[in-house]
Write a protein that binds this ligand. Structure first.
Ligand code: NAD
Length: 257
């Protein structure tokens, strides 16, 4: 990969697992100083250990992105000690069910993490980016954001909001040199998908894995590195003309079906 992040500081939420872990490792390998915000401290420490093995630097912060006060404290602490160049809003959770199957409690949890988490982190970092006159915010949306996925009412709804937050921030802050884009993956083979299959289809895991893989015309799930490579490009200076847009990376799910 030729896209260097040398001299940049990046915050990656949910960097302890799956896509966020691959993004953290990729950014660090391209010389970004990476800060991971994850509520699972043990897994973020594992990511940091893997980054350290590459001879690179990263810091793990225990943080639930839905907690605005905690997010503000951590971002202020990082911002006071240097620049804040990149934010990847990756932390997110899934839910299975149509509208009748979504309890108010489920809806609040999805809202708090998938929407408010993006709001909290973006709102906290933008003043620092404005002051420097540059910054990149990259959000992990989903194919569900634009087309809706059956039996994923709350997930599709919250990921739709991620898409529109991305566009709105891009419009409001383009004059400050802040770029805002999102990536919309189809199915990516991460613990998120494994956990989801295990919880919702017990005893049928292998069959379900195969079925979900085949929903993508390419016939397989993406691997997290494929998402991280796109994230690296979009957060690098090579993508400096790109803002206010969405990049589906879905094995043809949206356009070829
Ligand atoms: P994952 O479950 O493997 O990892 C998510 C990480 O986020 C975990 O480390 C978890 O501890 C952390 N996290 C969850 N809630 C958090 C919170 N409130 N505060 C801080 N950290 C929190 O998930 P993944 O598959 O890598 O997915 C990452 C993102 O990509 C999510 O936003 C997801 O919606 C999106 N996405 C995933 C897929 C897929 O198929 N895996 C497809 C489309 C979009």
């Amino acid at each position: 990969m030729k896209f260097s992040l040398k001299g940049k500081t990046a915050i990656v939420t949910g960097g302890g697992s799956g896509i966020g872990k691959a993004i953290s490792l990729t950014f660090a390998s391209q010389d970004a100083k990476v800060h991971i915000l994850d509520f699972d401290h043990a897994s973020s420490l594992e990511t940091v250990a893997e980054i350290n093995k590459l001879g690179k630097h990263a810091v793990a912060h225990t943080c639930d992105v839905s907690n605005q006060e905690k997010v503000n404290d951590i971002i202020a602490q990082i911002g006071e000690n240097g620049s804040l160049d990149i934010l990847v809003n990756n932390a997110g959770i899934a839910h299975v069910g149509n509208i009748e199957a979504v309890s108010e409690q489920d809806l609040d949890r999805l809202y708090n993490i998938n929407i408010k988490g993006v709001y909290n982190c973006s709102k906290a970092i933008i003043p620092y980016m404005k002051e420097k006159g540059h910054g990149v915010i990259l959000n992990l949306a989903s194919v569900a954001s634009s087309v809706g996925i059956s039996d994923r009412f709350a997930y599709s709804m919250t990921k739709g909001a991620v898409l529109t937050m991305t566009y709105s921030i891009a419009r409001d802050y383009v004059e400050y040199g802040i770029r805002s884009n999102c990536i919309s993956p189809g199915r990516v083979h991460t613990p998120f998908v494994d956990g989801f299959i295990k919880k919702n289809y017990p005893g049928n895991e292998a069959e379900m894995f195969e079925k979900l893989s085949k929903t993508q015309p390419i016939g397989r799930m993406a691997n997290p590195q494929e998402i991280a490579d796109l994230a690296l490009f979009l957060c690098s200076d090579e993508a400096k003309f790109i803002t206010g847009t969405d990049y589906p990376i879905d094995g043809g799910f949206i356009k070829l079906k």
